[in-house]
Design a protein around this ligand. Structure first.
Ligand code: SAH
Ligand code: SF4
Ligand code: F3S
Length: 482
């Protein structure tokens, strides 16, 4: 039955998404020679982005493909001919936001029956989500996943020219696709994917299922992309991967690690290199040494710990202990004494006891984190932890989150205070969101600074004297161009 109203019909399967192949992933080049180049002429599009930096980078690719097809960006939903929601599946509330938005978008579809509504990203990689869209959200015209963005022109051709509903989601990754067009959000800061997928299978996490096997891009391609960004006047790149520290583990023809990549990239004329996300179990000394030695590797590390209890970490399948995490943090502080560390923490993991939660509080203090993303555990269908017995009540989970956030906020303020009176290099992002008279930018340690200076400095790295630390930002005085 379903096949009758969808041209392509490949539905996701969690079982297939769990499979891992041993061979290295092939690389192909994006083929721009489709014969529908002008299909977007005179049409407006809008993309909404719900997820992590990898999801943001995918939106830049979606935009690049659409603009190559001559679609024009609009902020206004009411004048859009094509709206794509690029979704995230990491927690239930992320998914609820998308279903809420799909409900709201129905009225635009009523006003403009030719409006094409697409759902992309991590949610379509889940079986139950595609079922729900199919049967309950019938005003969606196009569903594709994380592995087949490059096929968007073909799907649009079917939806626009043949007026067919297209649903195509692959559960297994295909090739790494190079040379995809991109419309980057920022003109001075860029995301650079160094790898895709994740092989860690932390028991709470959906990402290994939505993003597939871990595949590293070739160093040559990454270096080429960063060099092009340098040539284009970019000041900062952030290298992206779910576990950047395992970069290169899948190469069969060479021994080349994340530390090697950092070393090669630091030779390029890019003033700032950042990376995310790090996995404590794979963070090696060469990486720490590189950050310590190279001026353009920023002294800021996001190092998700998830829990301070070895017992909970074991049930999360994180493959490190409280002690090995502390040893790593101490090594980082030893080699990069002024580094700024931040983390991710999940509270209320199934079976987490009060004592185990307190171990997390202690660890947060011991590590001197200067920031943390904190989450209440959210069960994800198809992951092992979704079947664990969960005896922590929702109200207890909420209370733990609030208690943890108090400790985390002390760290934010302490981490900002230490910069009072110092001179910092700041990459000027633009006007402050709250006050257009004030500029906003980030220090090397990734601290937000507000200061008054001429708008012509936007996009440049400048020296700022930090005069006052607030919990969430610093106030500064402009000194000079660097
Ligand atoms: N690859 C990164 C982060 C991926 S997701 C890493 O390994 O750290 C970002 C964060 O979301 C995770 O660090 C974790 O803290 C949180 N998260 C992931 N799955 C979750 C779930 N089911 N419930 C609550 N938080 C979750
Ligand atoms: Fe998820 Fe763990 Fe992979 Fe991070 S490392 S994406 S938390 S499975
Ligand atoms: Fe979300 Fe997918 Fe990123 S689930 S966090 S958008 S990898």
């Amino acid at each position: 039955m379903d096949k009758d109203y969808a041209k392509y019909f490949v539905k996701p399967s969690i079982k297939d998404a769990r499979k891992r192949k041993n061979e290295e992933t092939p690389t192909i080049n994006y083929d721009e020679h489709f014969n529908i180049k002008g299909i977007g002429k005179g049409k407006h599009y809008h993309v909404e982005t719900y997820g992590c930096q990898g999801n943001e980078a995918d939106s830049e690719t979606i935009r690049g493909i659409l603009e190559a097809l001559e679609f024009t960006w609009t902020d206004k939903l009411e004048e859009s001919d094509l709206i794509i929601l690029n979704t995230c599946a990491i927690r239930e509330n992320a998914e609820n936001r998308v279903f809420g938005e799909l409900g709201r978008l129905k009225k635009y579809k009523r006003n403009n029956p030719d409006l094409i509504l697409g759902v992309a990203g991590c949610m379509p990689q889940e079986e139950d989500v595609v079922e729900r869209i199919l049967h309950k959200v019938q005003h969606v015209d196009l569903v594709f996943g994380t592995h087949n963005i490059y096929k968007l022109p073909e799907y649009l051709e079917s939806v626009i020219l043949s007026k067919e509903r297209v649903i195509e989601v692959y559960s297994e990754e295909g090739s790494i696709v190079e040379n995809l067009p991109k419309i980057r959000e920022h003109t001075k800061k860029a995301w650079v994917n160094i790898m895709f997928g994740c092989d860690e299978f932390c028991t709470y996490c959906i990402v290994p299922y939505t993003r597939g096997k871990e595949r590293s891009r070739s160093p040559k391609q990454i270096i080429k992309e960063v060099q092009e960004l340098v040539d284009g006047g970019y000041q900062e790149v952030t290298l992206l991967g779910q576990n950047v520290n395992s970069y290169g583990r899948d190469f069969t023809d060479k021994n080349y690690t994340f530390g090697d990549l950092l070393e090669d990239l630091s030779d390029l004329a890019i003033p700032r290199i950042r990376f995310t996300t790090s996995h404590p179990k794979d963070f090696d000394v060469k990486t720490i040494q590189m950050i310590a030695d190279k001026k353009n590797l920023m002294p800021y590390i996001h190092l998700p710990v998830q829990s301070g209890s070895t017992e909970v970490l074991k049930r999360m399948n994180r493959k490190y202990t409280k002690d090995s995490y502390l040893t790593l943090v101490n090594k980082i502080y030893e080699l990069i004494p002024d580094v700024s560390l931040t983390t991710d923490i999940i509270v209320g993991f199934p079976g987490e006891t009060r004592e185990q939660f307190e171990e997390t509080l202690d660890l947060v203090k011991a590590c001197r984190f200067e920031g943390a993303y904190t989450f209440i555990y959210s069960a994800r269908e198809g992951t092992p932890a979704a079947n664990y017995e969960d005896n922590v009540s929702p109200s207890e989970k909420k209370a733990r989150l609030l208690e943890l956030n108090k400790v985390v906020n002390d760290g934010y303020l302490f981490g900002n205070k230490r910069f009072e009176g110092t001179l910092q290099n700041v990459l000027v992002d633009g006007e402050s969101k709250h006050n257009p008279e004030v500029l906003a930018g980030y220090t090397e340690h990734n601290k937000l600074v507000n200061f008054v200076a001429d708008k012509s400095l936007i996009g440049e790295i400048v020296k700022v004297k930090i005069v006052e630390a607030k919990t969430w930002h610093l106030l500064g005085e402009y000194i000079e161009r660097v």
